[in-house]
Design a protein around this ligand. Structure first.
Ligand code: F6R
Length: 246
């Protein structure tokens, strides 16, 4: 695992956007693993600019998102389907909707849906570059502490900590869905390359725990130590607590 502190949020986001751009340029049929959340908003803004400047055609790019809420429709303002279209897909005309994949949290049969998604990942994958944020409790995707590192795409319950953190996007905490479909930890680790991005003081504690090197299901992100090609991109604030201890 490579740990890279780029100092500022802007530099950290630019690094991730630029790595995605480089992947797309190197193979116009790339498979990208995408994440949502506040962390990625600036990455996608920068990626949109880079793709526009370089006039890149995205029509053969495949994308897989990590997760989607259960209990709200795909066109709900806070669904991850809406987020991805608002922040990334609607800004560039050449995406091919048929190659954009998110789990369907409003599927009638959720067991069929999780199998469909994992099968599709296996068929279209492996993901060339998977980008990840990290939860304040160390989750990746919506794989909360305690999740087995062998997990595949499944229906997951969100912890109170995640519900609190995500309530900033909903009018009341009660509106935050309590379940989601998430790619599992094993599904995530199938990617060829993984870039985890964390910035801001709220992520410092999870990053400090990650950088101890202990591999434990209490900190789902520590499963990334079992992957040969992982970069952790940080700003000074996310890295701060580690530096203070040194
Ligand atoms: C989002 C996801 C989550 C977020 C994490 C951080 O698709 O899978 O793991 O990356 O919860 O969220 P933010 O960026 O909002 O702090």
């Amino acid at each position: 695992m490579k740990i890279i502190n780029l100092g500022s949020k802007e530099e950290a986001c630019h690094y991730v956007a630029n790595e995605l751009l480089k992947q797309i340029i190197s193979n116009k049929k790339s498979v990208l693993g995408l994440a949502t959340g506040g962390t990625m908003v600036r990455v996608y803004e920068q990626l949109v600019n880079l793709i526009r400047i370089n006039e890149i055609d995205l029509s053969e790019i495949t994308t897989f998102n990590l997760d989607e809420y259960i209990g709200i429709d795909y066109d709900h303002p806070e669904s991850y389907y809406t987020y991805m279209h608002d922040v990334l897909f609607n800004h560039l005309p050449t995406w091919n909707e048929e190659k954009i994949h998110l789990p369907n949290g409003s599927a009638e049969n959720l067991q069929e849906e999780i199998k469909r998604y994992e099968d599709l990942l296996d068929k279209e994958g492996p993901v060339d570059v998977q980008i990840l944020g990290i939860g304040e409790n160390g989750h990746i995707g919506f794989n909360e502490p305690g999740t087995s590192f062998d997990s595949l795409t499944s229906v997951v319950g969100l912890t109170q900590s995640t519900i609190e953190a995500n309530s900033r996007y909903f009018e009341t905490k009660e509106e935050v869905p309590e379940q989601a479909i998430s790619m599992g930890i094993h599904s995530i680790l199938k990617a060829k390359r993984i870039i985890l991005l964390a910035y801001g003081p709220k992520k410092a504690d999870a990053i400090r725990k990650l950088l101890t090197g202990e591999i434990t299901t209490d900190l789902p992100a520590s499963a990334l130590y079992n992957h040969p090609n992982v970069e952790v991109i940080l700003d000074n604030n996310a890295y701060l607590s580690e530096k203070e201890e040194i």
